[in-house]
Design a protein around this ligand. Structure first.
Ligand code: CO8
Length: 259
């Protein structure tokens, strides 16, 4: 499949997707959404692929936001009638396998929101995060006010959304937005390595672990604990559970079947 706004390659069991509009700092337009949705759906459907990494091309940006030029003259009725931005939620909901955002520079507005849609973020020391929509007279529209608040708490989310300021990678890591910060030149290797590690795990266990951590955002503690216990119990019936424990006892790598 030939894409115009992203690059997609498979590295063994890892799919690497690069947002590729460097002339616009990888700004996210309708075409990017359509192509990223298609690429993630292909990744999801391909049993040889276990984890994906999404990054930005060039040295400067992961994505500097939704494409302001595409939205500038769009009438409000079109935003409403098209349910503009809803496609991003559908894309996330359709992806049960994990994907990592490797944030190499600016992740602003929609760029920060896409990074937060990923299962976790690995950031280069040069990364900068922010929700500067307020400076355009609007507000986050792809989950920024909700996911950022859940990730970093009300105080910092309020600060970022109301002032539109950026936070650097160190602050983002302290605040809990980012899983790891690495030297800029090591970013892609580190993210690909993390993805390869995940892709080497039992596939059903990977999906269950992702679903359970996500459930912690949506449910009460007791509902989440029950959900966890039930999925744990279901996993104990898999061939991969038997294989994983046998391999441990026999001191050898497990040979996963995915069932
Ligand atoms: N959309 C479209 N083009 C962009 C965007 C963007 N979000 N960000 C950068 N670009 C383009 C610039 O226009 C420029 O193109 P050109 O050379 O043709 O003028 C090129 O990328 C390079 O950018 P700069 O020259 O500005 O690079 P700098 O290094 O000087 O600055 C910044 C980098 C600080 C990242 C700066 O580009 C910037 O502030 N970008 C916008 C960040 C932003 O506001 N993001 C939020 C976007 S809004 C959003 O995501 C959600 C909803 C908004 C609704 C809006 C309704 C109108």
């Amino acid at each position: 499949m030939a894409y115009e706004t992203i690059l997609v390659e498979q590295r063994d069991a890892v799919t690497l997707i690069t947002l590729n509009r460097p002339e616009a700092l990888n700004a996210l337009n309708t075409k990017v959404l359509a192509e990223l949705t298609e690429a993630l759906a292909a990744f999801e459907a391909d049993a040889s692929q276990g984890c994906a990494v999404v990054t930005g091309s060039g040295d400067k940006a992961f994505a500097a936001g939704a494409d302001i030029k595409e939205m500038a003259d769009k009438p409000a009725a079109d935003f409403f009638n098209e349910d503009f931005f809803a496609g991003w939620n559908r894309m996330v909901a359709a992806t049960r396998k994990p994907w990592i955002a490797a944030v190499n520079g600016f992740a602003l507005g929609g760029g920060c929101e896409v990074a937060m849609m990923a299962d976790f973020i690995i950031a280069s020391e040069n990364a900068k995060f922010g929700q500067p929509e307020i400076k355009l007279g609007v507000a986050p529209g792809m989950g920024g006010s909700q996911r950022l608040t859940r990730a970093v708490g009300k105080a910092k989310a309020m600060d970022l959304c109301l002032t539109g300021r950026m936070m650097d990678a160190a602050e983002a890591e302290r605040a809990g937005l980012v899983a790891r910060v690495v030297p800029h030149e090591q970013l892609l290797d580190e993210a690909l390595q993390a993805a390869a590690t995940i892709a080497g795990m039992a596939p059903m266990a990977v999906k269950v672990n992702k679903e359970l951590v996500d459930a912690a955002y949506e449910t009460t503690l007791s509902q989440g604990m029950l959900h966890e216990r039930r999925l744990f119990q279901i996993l104990t019936a898999t061939e991969d559970k038997a294989e994983g424990m046998k391999a441990f006892v026999e001191k050898r790598p497990a040979n996963w079947k995915g069932r």
